[in-house]
Design a protein around this ligand. Sequence first.
Ligand SMILES: [Zn+2]
Length: 214
Amino acid sequence: MFTSNFVGILDFLFPKYCVNCKKLGSYLCSDCFSYISFSEQNTNSRYFSAIAYKGVVRKLIFQFKYKPYLSDLRSVLSDLFYESLIQQEKFMQILETNPILVSIPLHKSRLQKRGYNHAQILAEDLAKRFGLSYVDLLKRVKKTLSQYGLKKDERRKNVAGAFVFINDKQQVIRDRYVFLVDDILTTGATINEATLVLQKAGAKNVWGLALARD
Ligand SMILES: [Zn+2]
C-alpha cells in the first residue's frame, strides 16, 4: 500500500518542479495553472478541445511527449482534459450515447523510439474516468512528416492514406459513436483522415477530442 509516508519519500528522492517557473512542489504550480486558457465551446464543431496550445501548456505537452515524466504529467494533463470536457454541454450529450474511445496511433518506428503513445495514454485515462471502452482500432501505415510547419493543404496530403483500420475489429465499431483522441489539434487534418477510415469501417459518427487547440 502507498502510504503518504511513502509518497513523501518519493517527493524527497524525486522533487517536483513546476515546468513553467521551476518552483518546487508540483509539476504545475497554482500561479502557472492560472495562465492556462480553457477552450471555448463551439456547438457546430466536429472537435472538442480542452485548453489552448500556448505558453505553459506547450511546455507541459512537450515534457509529456519527450521527457521521462510520464506518470506524473499524465495525471496533470488528463485532469485538465477531463475538467474542460465536462463543462461542455454538447460533449456531455454525446457521452450519453456510450461512445468508444480510439486514439491516433503512432507509426511503429516512432512508437519504438518514444516508448509510448501519448494520445493513447490520454484516451485510456479519459475512458477510465467516463466509464467508457478504449479500443485500438487504427494502425499508422505511413511514416508521415511532422505536421509542424506545414500549410493546411500540405498537412492534408501528408496524412492522406496514413491510417488503416485493424481488420478484425469491425464488430467493435459497427454503428457506434466514437471519440477520436489526439494531443494537439491544428487544422484537423490528422483527425479528419482517421475519421474517414473509422466511418468506412462502420462507425455511426466520429468526434475529435484534442487536449490542446493550436
Ligand atoms: Zn509555476
